[in-house]
Design a protein around this ligand. Structure first.
Ligand SMILES: [Zn+2]
Length: 123
């Protein structure tokens, strides 16, 4: 992959947040540094970064969210505030638990947990 200022800017934006933003949010942030960047350029670079496994894509209800942290982890999505939280449990471990309990072979895994986060949860 060729070095590109645009791609580095996008990667830095993604690695500076744990909020799992959408392309629109990344676009607004990128324009603060590169005022002439287009949304199409944002999408093209996000696709390239995802293809090279430098970022993760998390599709939720037809909208793709992006994650600059590619270590093996799970996501928890709050049904109230729609925030996406990192859960530091390896998807690989979940996959091997499934492999051990049933006869299917899990080759890839992306685990999204849903519920109510601690902020939204009524006490
Ligand atoms: Zn994450």
């Amino acid at each position: 992959m060729r070095h590109s200022t645009q791609r580095n800017t996008i990667l830095n934006i993604l690695r500076s947040t744990r909020s799992h933003p959408t392309a629109d949010w990344i676009y607004n942030e990128a324009r603060k540094e590169l005022p002439n960047i287009s949304l199409g350029t944002i999408y093209r670079n996000l696709n390239q970064l995802a293809t090279h496994k430098m970022i993760l894509t998390i599709p939720i209800d037809g909208v793709i969210h992006y994650d600059g942290f590619t270590h093996d982890h799970l996501h928890f999505i709050c049904g109230e505030c729609q925030n996406i939280y990192d859960v530091e449990i390896k998807a690989e471990e979940v996959a091997s638990m499934i492999n051990n309990s049933i006869d299917h072979h899990v080759a890839d895994s992306q685990v999204n947990l849903t519920g109510t986060c601690s902020t939204c949860k009524p006490n």
